[in-house]
Design a protein around this ligand. Structure first.
Ligand code: ZN
Ligand code: ZN
Length: 308
């Protein structure tokens, strides 16, 4: 199996000379099983280039039949789909999985971006057969992979995925903010409400650890770098590099790809953050490999200890 990043940026595409090395496209991840089966996670603007690559490669072997897993329907996770050229080819079939949303059906929310108000072609007129599957927490089996979902902490329902295939485990944890106790002031637990809330918070955070336990690769939300930066953006639904590292170590993850880079981060700023992260991992003798997700980076996975 390999995992390839086609879009790694959070919130909004950020083209330009300051982001050219890590890439400015929003979330899209290719998971390619040893059988050749393709799974796609998210349809941010990175899916456009993935679509072009598929046209030049997979499409030549016959119609594409692929599952696309949406973490949620915020724009940066769906807005590339109208530019995903394989959806304009008759015979192709895409099954789009995503979380139940109490604002309406997944199909309606997803296809609204291809209403004439916003876009000249309707989804149902595009050519390919597109179907939808609303997910809650649970497990489904797709294309030779076991896919387990976990609710994350975000302003709308958002899913983390745990994909098991070819004796490897790949997990996603974005867009996600660590749960905090809103009844506690300055970390003090000095009321019954605060004690009860702390139990719930501890359980919810422990669930995230179980979701990524022993994974070969975790793609983790690292929009912010430190607790201070995260604290100044509480409620926005994102994590920090520190949080991603702490949880990956606690869950005995083998490789950590920090992901969903803040749109304001330049290549130089990301270089500095990731150098500091790598130095910390070495200094503390932590047993995992960390790297920044980067557009075009393909990560071959084999079960076992991290390499390189
Ligand atoms: Zn996002
Ligand atoms: Zn979001």
């Amino acid at each position: 199996m390999y995992v390839k990043f086609w879009g790694v940026r959070g919130s909004i595409p950020t083209p330009g000379p300051k982001t050219v090395r890590y890439g400015g496209n929003t979330s899209c991840i290719e998971i390619r099983l040893d059988s050749g089966q393709l799974l796609i996670i998210d349809a941010g603007s990175g899916i456009r280039e993935l679509g072009n690559w598929l046209l030049a490669n997979d499409q030549k072997k016959g119609p594409l039949k692929t599952d696309i897993f949406l973490t949620h329907t915020h724009w940066d996770h769906i807005h590339g789909y109208p530019f995903f050229t394989p959806t304009y080819i008759k015979g192709n079939e895409f099954r789009i999985h995503g979380p139940v949303n109490y604002a309406g059906k997944l199909e309606k929310i997803f296809s609204a971006q291809m209403d004439y108000t916003y876009y000249p072609v309707k989804l149902e007129d595009a050519g390919a057969k597109v179907s939808f599957n609303e997910l809650k927490e649970g497990t489904i089996y797709v294309g030779g992979a076991k896919v387990t979902t976990c609710y994350l902490n975000h302003p709308i329902l958002c899913l983390g995925y745990r994909i098991e295939a070819d004796d490897c485990v790949v997990c996603t944890v974005y867009d996600h903010e660590p749960y905090v106790n809103i009844f506690s002031t300055d970390g003090r637990i000095d009321s019954d409400e605060a004690r009860e809330a702390q139990e719930a918070v501890d359980m919810a955070n422990a669930k995230i650890l179980r979701h990524i336990e022993n994974a070969d690769l975790v793609v983790y939300d690292a929009q912010y770098h430190s607790k201070e930066e995260l604290d100044s953006h509480r409620g926005w639904g994102h994590s920090s590099i520190e949080e991603a590292l702490a949880n990956s170590v606690a869950a005995r993850v083998k490789r950590l790809a920090v992901f969903h880079h803040d749109p304001t981060r330049s290549d130089e700023a990301l270089d500095a953050l990731h150098l500091a992260l790598r130095e910390r991992v070495q200094r503390e003798g932590l047993n995992l490999l960390t790297f920044p997700a980067k557009e075009g980076l393909a990560v071959p996975l084999k079960a076992g200890p991290p390499r390189g």
